[in-house]
Unconditional design. Structure first.
Length: 88
């Protein structure tokens, strides 16, 4: 699990708009703009409860570490959601 968490954390750190925070266990904590909006969009695309907003960490999003396939799906979803608009 630790190896997969490190791999996903490194991948997430490459995305504009995400700053990874020190994390342990089966979750990765990241800072994003508008975490409630990002969580809502991730949960609509993947599954309810996938992304959570921790109450005591302002500006943060809690993401699960799962198997490589599901982690890649989460990464690609965030990549798509956080990509700058082509029009703006």
């Amino acid at each position: 699990m630790e190896e997969e968490r490190n791999r996903l954390s490194c991948r997430l750190a490459t995305l504009a708009g995400i700053r990874t925070l020190p994390s342990i266990g089966a979750w990765i904590l990241v800072r994003v703009d508008h975490p409630a909006d990002v969580a809502r969009k991730v949960n609509r695309r993947l599954a309810a409860g996938t992304a959570r907003v921790p109450r005591h960490v302002p500006g943060a999003l809690r993401l699960p570490v799962r198997d490589p396939r599901r982690n890649e799906e989460l990464f690609r979803t965030l990549q798509d959601l956080l990509a700058p608009c082509a029009d703006g």
